[in-house]
Design a binder for this molecule. Structure first.
Ligand code: ITT
Length: 200
């Protein structure tokens, strides 16, 4: 059995693969399609954008589809970069440039004021037209320096006080126990059975 995820983000794909492998599901993504399908991500919330991705791709391929819209909300920046996390430093979408910009924006801000959270909205689209969204979050603190080489995106700057580790120091398996994405996936538990029935 297969699960199709409407993403081109290799970091997300690796985490979804680790999660669904345990359920015996094979993960396919936009990287496995021969054609490029454009999704206009012009929503105002993570949920809106996740739904747009799931619906656009689901209608095109005629299958149940899962989509992830996620990002980082930094309190000292009034919730920025938020839904613009992927292109914080510009359309080129480089993790390095985004991390550098975040450090610059937060320069001079003391540790106690560097609180932040990762947010993940997941949308499931079923060919019946039904769409369901859920949200997972994960709290942390933006560090002053980059550390760790696992994960992707802002993980090398995201400090987890309860573990005394950076998100980028965790293995996929460790991250999948506590991340915003993991917390959202757990909330979709009721839907995997329905998914399996539709994708025999
Ligand atoms: P798709 O739309 O193809 O899924 P994308 O990278 O454009 O890929 P988003 O619009 O949802 O996806 O942006 C997510 C960005 O938020 C991502 O590029 C990272 O910068 C950040 N992000 C999300 N989840 C993260 C995580 O687990 N660790 C670190 N950064 C994360």
């Amino acid at each position: 059995k297969e699960i199709f995820i409407a993403t081109r983000n290799k970091g997300k794909i690796a985490e979804f693969k680790a999660f669904f492998q345990q359920k015996g599901l094979t993960v396919k993504s936009l990287l496995d399609l021969p054609e490029e399908i454009d999704v206009v991500e012009d929503g105002n919330t993570f949920e809106d954008n996740a739904m747009k991705k799931a619906e656009t791709i689901g209608k095109r391929i005629g299958k149940a589809v899962l989509a992830d819209d996620s990002g980082l909300e930094v309190d000292a920046l009034n919730g920025k970069p938020g839904i613009f996390s992927a292109r914080y430093a510009g359309e080129a979408k480089s993790d390095e440039a985004n991390n550098k910009k975040l450090l610059t924006e937060l320069s001079g801000v003391p540790d106690k004021d560097r609180t932040a959270r990762f947010v993940c909205a997941l949308a499931i689209y079923f060919p019946t037209g039904k769409v369901k969204t859920v949200r997972g979050t994960c709290d942390g603190i933006i560090s002053q320096t980059l550390e760790g080489d696992h994960g992707f995106g802002y993980d090398p700057l995201f400090y987890l006080p309860q573990l005394d580790k950076m998100m980028a120091e965790l293995t996929k398996e460790e991250k999948n126990k506590l991340s915003h994405r993991a917390n959202a996936l757990v909330k979709l538990a009721d839907y995997w059975e329905e998914w399996s029935k539709e994708n025999i």
